[in-house]
Design a protein around this ligand. Structure first.
Ligand code: HEM
Length: 182
């Protein structure tokens, strides 16, 4: 997985837990090179799972909750790192409809070694269904990314984690609170 995701994961940990606890997490996760990740590097995605697992063991949050919180943080970082890619979409819905065809496709062009997950969206009645598929187990990170995408556009919608979801294949159902109230 791209180093930039790991760099952001370490920043997130330091912000959440402080430097001391983060050092402890890195030791416990036994990451080679003391987790000195670079944005251009490539690292096994299992390192991220190990870091999140070790952090969960030392906090009140579960690994799933930490992944979701990291997903929210990561979307904010994507807004800083890739502003033009995000600002072209006028709404969360339009962004989410184009993750597969535009955003992750552009990521593959910028970083030929990138292997982003499949994130498709379809409109079903008044709801938007976003489906995540990956060979990595990061559906809860995807959940947080979707949450923050909606929050960043100032929209008020619920994001439902569907029963039967697993870590590598998940569906989120997004319903606008304004529409359902109308
Ligand atoms: C809000 C909708 C989005 C979702 C649900 C999503 C989901 C994810 C997830 C969960 C990953 C981790 C790798 C995996 O699970 O296989 C990932 C990787 C990535 N995403 Fe997205 N993403 C979204 C939007 C974006 C945006 C807006 C950008 C940038 C403008 C972006 C750029 C990337 C990059 C650079 C990677 C790393 C790929 C790699 O390691 O090879 N994503 N995405």
């Amino acid at each position: 997985m791209k180093g930039l995701i790991f760099v952001e994961l370490m920043n997130f940990m330091e912000e959440q837990f402080g430097e001391l606890l983060t050092d402890e997490v890195v030791d416990a996760a036994a990451i080679p090179g003391d987790a000195a990740f670079t944005t251009i590097g490539q690292y096994p995605s299992a390192y991220a799972s190990r870091l999140i697992g070790a952090a969960a063991d030392r906090s009140n949050a579960s690994a799933a909750e930490l992944c979701r919180a990291f997903g929210r943080y990561l979307f904010c970082r994507f807004e800083v790192r890739f502003p033009t890619m995000i600002q072209r979409y006028p709404s969360a819905r339009s962004l989410l409809m184009h993750v597969e065809a535009h955003i992750h496709e552009e990521v593959r062009i910028i970083y030929p070694d990138a292997r982003p997950p499949t994130v498709t969206a379809l409109e079903v009645d008044d709801a938007l269904h976003v489906v995540y598929r990956s060979d990595r187990p990061f559906a809860h990170i995807a959940y947080g990314l979707v949450d923050q995408c909606i929050a960043s556009y100032g929209e008020q919608s619920t994001v439902e984690w569907c029963e039967g979801n697993d870590d590598s294949h998940a569906r989120f159902i997004i319903r606008s609170l304004h529409r359902s109230a109308a």
